[in-house]
Design a protein around this ligand. Structure first.
Ligand code: XMP
Length: 323
């Protein structure tokens, strides 16, 4: 009999059996899968689990606080937060090419995460032998079904550790689909904002600024994005929309007029889409009054933005993200 209660009970027993009295590490991304996997493992082994959250400074407004405060409050999980914003901004300085940005963000992320892992390995306590991952059933099928191990290399470190450390994977969501993961998360008491979160790319707002990524531009985009999300939620549209990237065209300027002055600001693009699996998508026919409210608020409240445009391209030919 499939109930979320049974799934939780079974997985908690299986995790305890697998991990024994050793320790485990779990990377949190702010997304649903890693959050639910971590919550399950925390329920099973408590403080034998340490979660790591790398704050790359490319998250949306409130998301880091959601992990640091709400997730910790809901689960009691032991969390190590690494504030790496400056490091990421420095690495991204002067870079406009989308794939180059992705490469840099991915590379820096691994370095920071591995460093955090090494610090945890060096703490007193039982051996750290496990890495928790939020692998879902569709991922298992896609990759051919094997379970695995993960390596970390200690070459960034000053020593005292073996050259290569191998973790065994703990993957408590391997039999579940996304909607089941959300149900389990809700049953575990995770906040709705985490459990119902729409897809958000790993490189975050770094690939939603067309042009170079700077702190100032990120702050501006965070404000515009927060307004769009707030109004879509208020209008009850979250379930109808697959996701709605909000994009800053940082290299484009257009003329506007505000108050009694001419402005020369940047456009913000709204990209609401409906989709089943992100492979194809259609632009969402949002109610005009909602679009109007978002546009008015963004141009009134966000400095340097004087125009809001709507993306009406399906996928294909357009991708969901602009970069
Ligand atoms: P596209 O833009 O290719 O996006 O139509 C399809 C889905 O994938 C997400 N996306 C990413 N996710 N890293 C991620 O983790 C990325 O580099 C990345 N690029 C796109 C996008 O948000 C959408 O859900």
């Amino acid at each position: 009999d499939w109930t979320t209660g049974n799934v939780i009970e079974e997985q908690v027993a299986a995790i305890r059996e697998q991990v024994g009295d050793k320790r485990a590490i779990c990377g949190l991304s702010g997304g649903v899968d890693s959050a639910v996997a971590a919550a399950l493992v925390q329920k099973a082994i408590g403080t034998q689990l340490t979660c790591v959250y790398v704050d790359h400074g490319l998250m949306r407004k409130g998301e880091t606080e959601q992990v640091e405060k709400d997730f910790v409050a809901a689960t009691g999980v032991q969390l190590k937060v690494v504030d790496a914003e400056e490091r990421f901004l420095k690495a991204l300085a002067g870079v406009s090419d989308p794939e180059e940005k992705r490469k840099i963000i991915g590379r820096e992320f691994i370095r920071v995460f591995e460093q955090a892992q090494l610090e945890i390995l060096q703490e007193d306590g039982p051996e750290v032998a496990f890495l928790v991952q939020g692998t879902l059933y569709p991922d298992v099928v896609e990759s051919g079904g094997g379970t695995g191990t993960a390596n970390i290399k200690s070459h960034h470190n000053v020593g005292g550790l073996p050259d290569d450390i191998e973790f065994e994977l703990v993957e408590p969501l391997r039999q579940l689909f996304k909607d089941e993961v959300r149900m389990v998360g809700a049953e575990l008491g995770l906040p709705d904002e985490i459990v119902q979160r729409q897809p958000f790319p790993g490189p975050g707002l770094g690939i939603r600024i067309v042009g170079e990524v700077t702190k100032e531009r990120l702050d501006l985009l965070r404000e515009a994005d927060a307004i769009a999300r707030e109004e879509l939620t208020a209008a009850g549209l979250d379930r109808d929309i697959w996701q709605c990237p909000v994009v800053l065209l940082a290299d484009v300027r257009s003329v506007g007029v505000q108050g009694d002055g001419r402005t020369y600001g940047h456009p913000i693009v709204l990209r609401p889409v409906s989709s089943e699996d992100a492979m194809t998508a259609d632009w969402s026919r949002l109610p005009y009054d909602v679009l109007s409210k978002i546009s008015t608020r963004i141009t009134n409240e966000v400095k340097d933005v004087n125009r809001v445009v709507l993306d009406v391209t399906s996928k294909p030919p357009g991708t969901i993200e602009w970069e």
